[in-house]
Design a protein around this ligand. Structure first.
Ligand code: MG
Length: 352
């Protein structure tokens, strides 16, 4: 198989652009499918296993336990301030692997495209995926394309499956969390959810808020080098801080306390979430992680986060407490407390 380099792709118009939109035949397994795969997906993602065009990617195994994560993505709008569905799909899967202590290595990408979907837009999405995968150091090694008839899809759906490797000695999880442990986040909360919602709701905004969508494996690796006794990590996606805080304390003999005043929040998020009637602590993030760490390593973890481009506004926002058991609490500067409720229903449909 001749190998079209991404430079060559950029230098000439891809064959797929003979068509302005996606056709049913692009997914039928025939000539147009092969063209789309070779000229767009293989050329852009450009990994050795993909170029083989075999039925399965055959991959090197560096050792350790295997972490596997899969996620499907649909977002309206497809392009939003600070990102797009492609970056979201890659970063989301990378982050799911990284919070488990895995080093993300490989990814498969499946597209479900609706007949009539704009080809130029698809190319932008694909380039964005490649850019994000490169940033994360992940190879896109397998893929699939299906085209749904007009009216049977919603433009574009993307499924990503990621594989990473966890060294044998890594032991992370709620089971090793102890009272006294510190709770950190790597920056402002609610940016993604509020950015997408404000764009979708057509709020008349003087300043546009940007999503935080980003692959966090680099930041997480830096934190784990600085703080070997990280106990637990979770990316703060749907349901935001509230969902993860509740997940941590569920059925456990400890609680989690968040100090309201220490939670980093973009001023615009505070403003816009009020306009939208959404609690930013429940809003989705796509570039934020909660890290629970042994108390004597909290400062080192914080310093490592702040030294990273995706952790400039990191903060120690709370701690693990003996009582009340099984509850996540928010404490105000005045000492009053409220329960940080689990989101009851999807506040922000279809934003990730
Ligand atoms: Mg996750």
């Amino acid at each position: 198989m001749s190998k079209p380099s991404s430079d060559r792709l950029a230098a000439r118009a891809p064959a797929t652009s003979r068509y302005d939109t996606v056709r049913l035949s692009h997914g039928s397994g025939g000539k147009l499918t092969l063209e789309l795969i070779e000229e767009l997906f293989v050329a852009t993602f450009s990994s050795a296993p993909l170029e083989e065009l075999n039925d399965a990617a055959v991959l090197a195994n560096p050792g350790g336990r295997i972490a596997l994560a899969t996620d499907s993505h649909t977002v309206k709008p497809t392009f939003f301030p600070g990102g797009d569905i492609g970056r979201l799909a890659v970063a989301g899967t990378v982050n799911d692997l990284a919070v488990m202590g895995a080093t993300p290595a490989y990814m498969s990408v499946a597209f479900l495209l609706e007949e009539g979907y704009d080809m130029a837009e698809l190319e932008r999405v694909v380039r964005s995926m490649k850019h994000t995968a490169d940033e994360a150091g992940v190879a896109i090694v397998a893929g699939d394309t299906k085209v749904l008839g007009r009216g049977h899809g919603d433009g574009i759906f993307i499924n990503t499956t990621g594989v990473g490797f966890i060294p044998d000695e890594v032991n992370l999880g709620v089971g090793v969390v102890r009272p006294g442990d510190k709770v950190l986040v790597n920056g402002t909360l609610g940016d993604h959810g509020i950015a997408v919602m404000s764009r979708r709701e057509g709020l008349d905004l003087s300043v546009e808020l940007e999503s935080d969508v980003a692959p966090l494996n680099g930041l997480i690796a830096a934190v784990r080098r600085a703080a070997p006794n990280v106990r637990f990590m979770r990316d703060l996606t749907r349901g935001g801080l509230a969902a993860v805080a509740n997940e941590v304390v569920r059925r456990q003999a400890f609680g989690l306390r968040v100090f309201d005043a220490r939670v980093p929040m973009n001023e615009l998020v505070e403003q816009y979430s009020e306009m939208l009637g959404i609690d930013p602590m429940l809003a989705a993030n796509e570039g934020k992680v909660m890290v629970i760490v042994a108390p004597d390593e909290a400062e080192a973890a914080l310093t490592a986060m702040r030294a990273h481009q995706y952790g400039r506004r990191a903060a120690i926002i709370g701690d693990i407490v003996r009582r009340p058991e099984g509850v996540a609490l928010v404490e105000t500067a005045y000492g009053s407390r409220r329960v940080l409720e689990m989101p009851i229903e999807e506040q922000l449909p279809r934003i990730c």
